[in-house]
Design a binder for this molecule. Structure first.
Ligand SMILES: [Zn+2]
Length: 419
């Protein structure tokens, strides 16, 4: 008896059935055994879904609030003052709103760094998605832990100890320029004890590299983070736009992950990540959108296109940023950090499945589905989305969507009057 049988869908060029049991793909082939639920996927293709490895999900509430600025001006004078007014409930609703947008565009996992992660945790659990929730450290040079951080830490510890396969937790120091060396070293030693992951912005701008070299004996941000023990196989380094060959060698040797955020980097004019060099160096590259104030979309479909185009521009070659590589970093690359044994539609893998409607007008030529998704992908191509064997969206319906949008509209209206 299976939990779910998906009938008549295209898997690797053959129309077949997929059986799901206990959150895993139990079998692929002609399946006639009984199932709790049968889903007719005629005219659809099954593909691995997306794993978004760098987000600030609740920033859906701040989308378009400040545009066309340099990163430090944008953060200090616009974003942080509004964020200081957000309540725990606001952040829950903003994150829930983000889960709707991500599910619609085929994402089953996000690696989040934001204030009051206990609110993010509540939203993620309701959505059924996978996530890494980060305990944020920011502008706290005294080393004191404020009460709000203690509450968040307790919620995350509870989630960590519950061993929920969908939830990971991370220490999320914002960046080397907003968190002191003592705290970074403390986080590295905590990671050894608590088994959390680490999520940090690193080498995002030329200014960050310049300041780091001045303050830390000529070291680059990656060399500095490595010197404090924070570059390891549980670390997600977001951006990595400005890397030296030595930085790439450190990241590859330590087995750390890079979250490539091409749209945010272009929008904030931070620079362009060298995808082909990182790949050649053996770095574990993944794909993220960053928050909706610096993107302004959470769609990994858009992000893949920019990853492909920026890789070609950087390498000055149309052979760079190949569609298969870009699709891989958006899927299998990210699920390695998510701790999900997924990233392909195969028996034995976790049942994370995206069902694409092949009747969509953009898909009628039918030469190469992956290429069509990377270069012309739209969220309404995605009919259904399954995470850990359960539907997050079925025939384009997400449970509770209308209520969540209504609640988010109210919060946004309130925030606009406060700013
Ligand atoms: Zn970010």
């Amino acid at each position: 008896m299976y939990d779910l049988v998906i009938k008549n869908c295209l898997v690797n060029d053959a129309v077949t059935d997929i059986a799901v049991a206990n959150g895993k793909i139990a079998a692929i082939g002609s399946i006639s055994d009984a199932a709790t639920e049968t889903f007719d996927a005629s005219g659809m293709a099954a593909l691995p879904p997306f794993y978004n490895t760098h987000t600030h999900a609740a920033m859906t509430l701040l989308r378009s609030c400040a545009e066309d600025m340099e990163l430090f001006d944008w953060l200090s004078n616009h974003i942080w003052p509004i964020e200081a007014k957000l309540t725990e409930e606001d952040i829950y609703i903003g994150t829930r709103m983000a889960t709707i947008e991500m599910i619609r565009s085929g994402t089953v996992y996000f690696n989040d760094s934001y204030w009051m992660p206990q609110s993010g945790l509540r939203a993620v659990r309701e959505s059924g998605m996978r996530a890494t929730l980060g305990l944020l450290y920011l502008c706290n040079p005294s080393g004191d832990v404020p009460d709000a951080a203690r509450i968040a830490n307790e919620a995350l510890l509870e989630a960590h100890n519950a061993q929920d396969v969908l939830i990971n937790v991370a220490h999320a120091p914002h960046a080397i320029y907003t968190v002191s060396e003592d705290i970074l070293r403390n986080i590295a030693s905590m990671m050894e004890r608590d088994g959390f992951q680490c999520h940090i912005h690193a080498a995002e701008t030329a200014k960050e590299v310049e300041d780091c070299r001045k303050e830390h004996n000529g070291m680059t941000p990656i060399e500095y983070l490595d010197s404090v023990g924070l570059v390891n196989e549980r670390t997600m380094l977001a951006h990595c736009v400005h890397l030296t060959d030595h930085d790439r060698e450190i990241i590859a040797r330590r087995g750390a992950f890079i979250a490539h955020n091409p749209v945010s980097n272009l929008k904030l004019c931070s620079g362009v990540f060298d995808f082909e060099r990182a790949k050649a160096a053996g770095c574990r590259v993944t794909l993220g959108t960053d928050g909706t104030s610096s993107n302004n979309s959470l769609s990994m479909l858009d992000e893949m296109k920019f990853a492909a185009l920026s890789a070609k521009l950087t390498a000055n070659s149309p052979r760079a940023g190949r569609v298969t590589d870009v699709f891989r970093i958006a899927t299998a690359g990210g699920c390695a950090f998510a701790g999900a044994d997924a990233g392909s539609i195969e028996a034995g893998k976790a049942a994370d499945i995206m069902l694409i409607d092949l009747k969509h007008p953009v898909l009628c030529a039918g030469y190469d589905l992956i290429s069509d998704l990377v270069y012309a992908g739209e969220p309404d191509m995605i009919d259904s989305l399954i995470c850990d064997g359960k539907f997050l969206m079925k025939n384009r319906i997400i449970p509770g969507e209308a209520e969540i949008i209504a609640a988010a509209r109210k919060v946004c209206a309130k925030l606009r009057t406060l700013s």
